[in-house]
Design a protein around this ligand. Structure first.
Ligand code: PHE
Ligand code: NA
Length: 450
């Protein structure tokens, strides 16, 4: 089975290719769009600290476990979990883990593609010079006009979904390796340019303090749930994406350093994005809790003020779109890989997965205009899809992965996979996975529901 599946899907060339691909999956809209906007909505510093704590206590340990499972199983998450559950004689319910992940993937891809469509629109807006010397009012009006146009949003959503499908259909490795190798350094450089601009704004210290000063009174159980959920969303955890990529990871590569590298890069990108966006917010007397539009209403102001801003802005949104692209591919891969193992040709499997996610995505398109007043539970349909996947399904998948690897997998199998030279480090990780990660996740869950 193992060898056969390597034949079907292939293996990354080396450890670096896995790091590139996993970073491509992790770094995306979660860092540049979502992290700043939920930080704004949840009051800043205390939320950021909670998010960082969740990355350490749950994100990194669970990511190691998830990649480990994928590399051991060498199959799609659905088949890996079915196989490992039997192999480790674990309770049958764990066999369903891959399925929950695939369902979460459909939901995530559905709205991810819509938001990614906005970044495509902003490539055009930037290139047209619309934001030269733009004020906050101009930037806000431009964004509102985009959201008010369902046909436009639908067209962009469709375009992005087609782009995503085109890469997946060719096989993850071909489309991805080269793209990500170029993208990551370029994105980093652009972020540093913008960071340099943010440093010169009068609101820089206010933005900095907003992000990093801890005010415990702003912590409530709701924002803790969001922080936990985001730590999973941003690291692409708990729904099979990392498991699917782990399945293509070469056997010899070190799991620990690889995973830590990806997590550190992802966190850095998010924090830098925050350090760009919040100084602009405060300098222009904008609202930190502006919601999903935050990035789209702030960054154009920065570009409008910079020399050659239209050009830099165009390049920047191209990079964000590519980052979203490389993430979207990994969101769909678990379901596509499963279908391929079932004998469906890769092209057809891709078409079906993308079509389904595209259809569900129409609900998100409408959440920002025609169906904007349709609110229940957490808000619009988009709000609910986001909450259900990030804050419920992904952490739940994370607990299950931690418990499976921590409690049900034979210790020697686990040790054989991670191959940590430092025995104390291995024990510390396994202890975290057995006790700390699941208890922390469950505790936050119960507080959030109560
Ligand atoms: N981690 C990606 C981001 O931050 C989103 C993602 C979620 C990717 C789930 C894969 C799986 O944008
Ligand atoms: Na991310």
């Amino acid at each position: 089975m193992t060898a056969k599946n390597q034949g079907i899907h292939g293996v990354w060339k080396n450890r670096w290719t896995f790091i590139l691909a996993a970073t491509g999956s992790a770094v995306g809209l979660g860092n540049i769009w979502k992290f700043p906007y939920i930080t704004g909505e949840n009051g800043g510093g205390a939320f950021v600290l909670m998010y960082l704590a969740c990355i350490l206590v749950a994100g990194i340990p669970v990511m190691m476990a998830e990649v480990l499972l994928g590399r051991r199983g060498r199959m799609s998450p659905i088949h890996t979990m079915e196989h490992e559950t039997k192999e480790q004689k674990a309770p049958g319910i764990f066999a369903g883990l891959g399925w929950m992940g695939a369902v979460a993937g459909f939901f995530i891809l559905s709205f991810y593609s819509v938001i990614a469509g906005w970044t495509l629109a902003y490539i055009g807006k930037m290139a047209s010079g619309e934001f030269t010397q733009a004020t906050a009012d101009v930037a806000e009006a431009s964004f509102s006009a985009l959201l008010a146009d369902p046909w436009m949003l639908l067209g962009l959503h469709t375009l992005f979904m087609v782009m995503t499908g085109a890469v997946i259909a060719r096989g993850v490795k071909h489309g991805l390796e080269d793209g990500v190798r170029l993208l990551m350094p370029a994105l980093f450089i652009m972020l540093l340019v913008l960071f340099g601009y943010a440093l010169t704004t009068p609101g820089f210290m206010q933005g900095f303090n907003f992000l990093f000063s801890f005010d415990a009174s702003k912590l409530n159980s709701d924002s803790i749930v969001v922080a936990l959920g985001h730590s999973f969303f941003t690291l692409s955890l708990g729904m099979g994406a990392m498991m699917a990529y782990g399945a293509y990871m070469p056997g010899k590569a070190s799991l620990t350093s690889t995973v830590v590298t990806v997590a550190v890069l992802d966190t850095l990108v998010a924090l830098i994005a925050g350090l760009i966006i919040f100084p602009i917010v405060f300098t222009n007397n904008m609202e930190p809790a502006a919601g999903p539009g935050l990035m789209f209403q702030t960054l154009p102001i920065a570009f409008g003020a910079l020399p050659a801003g239209s050009l830099i802005g165009t390049v920047f949104f191209v990079l964000v779109a590519i980052a979203a692209w490389s993430s979207a591919i990994s969101i769909a891969e678990p379901a596509v890989a499963w279908a391929v193992e079932k004998g469906i040709p890769r092209g057809r499997a891709t078409f079906l997965v993308c079509l389904l996610a595209w259809l569900v995505g129409i609900l998100t398109v409408l959440s920002f205009n025609v169906m904007g007043d349709v609110k229940f539970l957490k808000g619009t349909v988009f709000d609910n899809l986001d909450f259900l996947t990030s804050n419920i399904m992904m952490p739940l998948g994370g607990v299950a992965i931690a418990v499976f690897v921590g409690w049900f997998m034979r210790r020697k199998d686990v040790a054989g996979e991670v191959k940590m030279k430092d025995k104390r480090l291995f024990r510390a990780w396994r202890f975290t996975l057995r006790y700390i990660s699941p208890l922390a996740i469950l505790y936050i869950f119960i507080k959030g529901l109560g």
